[in-house]
Design a protein around this ligand. Structure first.
Ligand code: AMP
Length: 415
């Protein structure tokens, strides 16, 4: 199937062609015709599947037909609610790209920054509003947002919104919209709570599903290093230097941990930056831009901050800490191998993280390659069946074993 086969307006086809999209991804092939057909849609798809375009493109097509080149005051006709600032920014950028050759305008609003510029744009009028729940309700309460003319409501990353405690906000937001709206709900996972929300808000929805969470993992080349917690920073530096890794996204469980990893890399001369919730929105965007421009080779992120990071062909993801929720592992490694591109996901597993790794293996059902030949294995060895992390007697000959492992790895680039 080609984009031409989807009966989209020429202006959208031109924009999509310029972005280099050759054909619609599976979620787009399923969702675009249903949305153009005015159906409510419940989509089970995670970031990296082309999900944003799956809803943005048909919405732009419909609004373009309604609004055309009319110079009348603009009204909010589409609202996209998404959990994080990064995701909101990313969706806004995608809307701008796909609507480049239309007269449609969008505004992205989120908390943690001044509301004044947002209110100024709202006063002028926009067609599409992309918002995080808190700021949306806040500005609505202040009378700056009118949702009475809404055609389409998108609830994006619904499971994440629930995880972040936005369920009541989401319910309040839906109540503010007209009942004859079209509703699209996207979620990476479909737990009971999401199904219940869908039943409440969607009418006779078309269900579209792509890559169930566990199967995404099969596309990415995965490697696990059993390494003591105290050696993780050394191992990270070792890999970055010896394997000459760049464009690396490193995941840390905590903000504090992310800052520490960055500090230790910088001390050794590696250009690294952290991205997490303690940084201002502007600082986060600056860091992301520098990473995209390849001025910064290593980006260390927490899970929440990483949700909205959209970078094509990210070659490496490193789990500096293993997540305690196995699905999070799949989301993380899904940052590489996006839209069909391959990638490598490397995980560090400390002794205390062993139960997390067991849960992850159970979920992904993939035999992950254990890298034994590295200089920082668990100090007391203690291999378990199937994993065999090499025992290294660090008090006697540690240096030697480290050196030989390093030189072997130097010869053998593994990607
Ligand atoms: P998303 O799942 O919305 O985060 O999209 C993941 C990435 O895939 C984004 O960088 C999009 O620009 C890209 N993308 C979306 N649709 C296509 C397509 N049909 N062909 C190639 N890349 C795409």
């Amino acid at each position: 199937m080609l984009f031409e086969d989807l009966s989209l307006s020429k202006s959208i086809q031109k924009a999509v062609y310029e972005l280099g999209y050759l054909e619609p991804t599976p979620i787009q092939q399923q969702a675009i015709p249903a949305i153009l057909n005015q159906k409510d849609v419940i989509g089970c798809a995670q970031t990296g599947t082309g999900k944003t375009a799956a809803f943005a493109i048909p919405i732009i097509h419909q609004l373009h037909r309604i609004v055309g080149s009319s110079k009348k005051t603009k009204q909010i006709r589409c609202l996209v609610v998404t959990p994080t600032r990064e995701l909101a920014v990313q969706i806004g950028q995608n809307f701008d790209q796909y609507a480049k050759y239309t007269n449609l305008t969008q505004l992205t609003i989120f908390g943690g920054v001044s509301q004044i510029p947002q209110v100024d744009v709202l006063r002028k009028g926009i067609d599409v509003l992309i918002a995080t729940p808190g700021r949306l309700l806040d500005l609505h309460k202040q009378g700056f947002i009118d949702l009475d003319h809404l055609h389409c409501l998108v609830l994006d990353e619904a499971d994440q919104m629930l995880d972040m405690g936005f369920v009541n906000d989401v319910k309040k937001i839906v109540k503010l919209t007209p009942s004859n709206r079209q509703t699209l709900l996207f979620s990476a996972t479909m737990p009971m709570a999401i199904r219940e929300l869908a039943e409440m808000f969607l009418k006779d929805p078309v269900s579209v599903t792509v890559s169930p969470v566990s199967s995404t993992a099969e596309k990415v080349e995965q490697r696990i290093y059993f390494v003591d917690k105290s050696d993780k920073r050394n191992l990270l530096y070792h890999l970055i230097r010896n394997e000459k890794l760049s464009d690396v996204l490193v995941f840390s469980r905590t903000k504090h941990g992310a800052d520490n990893v960055v500090k230790s890399l910088r001390k050794k001369g590696v250009a690294a930056e952290a991205i997490h919730g303690d940084k201002s929105q502007n600082a986060r965007q600056r860091v992301l831009d520098a990473f995209k421009a390849k001025e910064v080779g290593v980006l260390v992120a927490t899970d929440i901050a990483a949700r909205g990071i959209d970078i094509d062909q990210l070659p490496f993801v490193i789990n500096f800490d293993l997540p305690n929720i196995p699905e999070t592992y799949v989301h993380r490694i899904g940052r590489t191998g996006r839209a069909g591109n391959g990638g490598i996901a490397i995980s560090f597993c400390g002794k205390d993280e062993k139960p997390y790794w067991k849960d992850i293996e159970k979920l992904i059902k993939v035999d992950v390659k254990v890298i034994q030949d590295h200089p920082y294995p668990w100090k007391d060895g203690s291999p378990e069946a199937g994993e065999k992390p090499k025992s290294s007697n660090r008090s006697g000959g540690a240096h030697k074993s480290r050196k030989s492992a390093t030189s072997k790895q130097n010869k053998k680039r593994w990607y």
